[in-house]
Design a protein. Sequence first.
Lengths: 178, 377
Amino acid sequence: MRTEFRLSGSGGQGLLLAGIVLAEAAILEDKFAVQTQSYGPEARGGSSKAEVVVSEEDIDYPKATDPDYLLALTADSYRTYGKLQGKGLIIVDSSVQLDPEIKARTTAVPILETASVGLGRKVVANIVALGVLGGISGVVKAETLEAAVLNRVPKGTEELNIKALRAGLELAAKAKKA
Amino acid sequence: MPNAKLMQGNEACTLGALAAGLKFYAGYPITPSTEIAEMCAEELPKIGGKFIQMEDEIGSIAAIIGASLTGRKSMTATSGPGFSLMQELVGYSSITEVPIVIINVQRVGPSTGMPTSLAQGDVMQARWGTHGDHPVVVLAPGNVKECFELTVKAFNIAEEYRVPVIVLTDEVIGHMREKVVLPDQRQIVVSNRAAPSTPAGYLPYKADQDGGVPLMAPFGAGYRWHVTGLSHDETGFPTNKGEVAGNLITRLMRKVEKAEPIIRDYATEATDDCDVLVVAFGSSAMSATSAVRQARAKGVKAGLFRPKTIWPFPEEPLKEIASRAKRVIVPEMNLGQLVLEIERLVAGKAPVERLGKVNCELFRPEEILAAIMGGSK
């Protein structure tokens, strides 16, 4: 069975890295994973999208077809991809105004605020988001996500990133209860 | 799983090149190929190799031809606009028989087009981009692992036949990451160009007229020979004799023609009994694979032929499979290039349907599935 993720936001938010870590975590659990991306010519500030497909079986088509989880960190990405969302869940940052036209199941989670206020570092929003996606989907275990994060993040930032991941996992647990 | 790793297509091409013995890279960075240059810049100095960022793509291909003449395995990587600039010297590599590998990560064209977006519009340019009849081999990976395997193969073909070899990938294959287990270096077969044993009596372009490959002496090893883009005789010096020039072109073209059954590479899925044959390469083939599987699940006898060598095209295997099909569908991220070759090979024995797409987004499987289910138009 395929589990499809679409991570969308603004270039520079680090969503591509979040997608890579999610895919690497899946591989650590002996699953198949493919990660693709699309972005504009701008290095920062343009729209950015990463997709991850995780499966127990070999993956033929690498892109998300009907994402099980859409993460949207900006109003633009929420409107663009929210409208395309079918059966899957939208996980939108709490700072984004919800649009009644977008009918897919939606949960608002304070990802950006948790990073900038709770952890005091806006740059770890992507790892908070990773924790939220991992926690809500359950596609990989929390400890596997930790291992995958530690494999990827720069030396000296391990503690901060693990804190960010755990904060994301807590947000996921709350969102699931709600 | 041992050493399973999430790997990007461009990274796999670079690792393949290094596994095949790459020692020199010259290039000019261009999206979506830049990761190849970045990684070569990091890795080559560690193994005594050289990386040079050149002033442009013309300088880049010139530099790798020069480096290859000295016996170093050499490569560049680029995308459409850079590939266009390189064309004159692709011909120079062909006629001087200096082995080179070019990785062309296709993007939307013409001209600057859309740097970060997908297209497969360089199929014909890869074959016929430079002027005159000339030998060239073009390989098209269909996933990240094949980026590794076919780059190794590209170097081996370049070395064995002394031709320019182009690895034709695209933005999706180049940038996507997937789980890959690479072979152990000891399992990788690496070819090296055949060299003469003594400078005495060395004729740099002496070879069997029937597609023979001359022995190649490395520059700087005591051999004196002349290298020119002019038509030349077996001494390497220019000729104005039509017959000599004609013999040269004929031998050069025959090299690849003779090699085709040996280097041919393709994959098939469910083609034994297929009524509807889909022919697709590169990223389009990933969508096509999914579509064929979905069609089978609906009870429709669909199959896939996926060429990995696209020039020269694996003619006989395709003809054999297509002879049993009722319809042939060719999806590609352009408005009809590879399909021209398929139409030539199928030769009217079954309708060949074109499925071109140029909106920068990879085919969704259902688009190809709809064509499979749609019946002949």
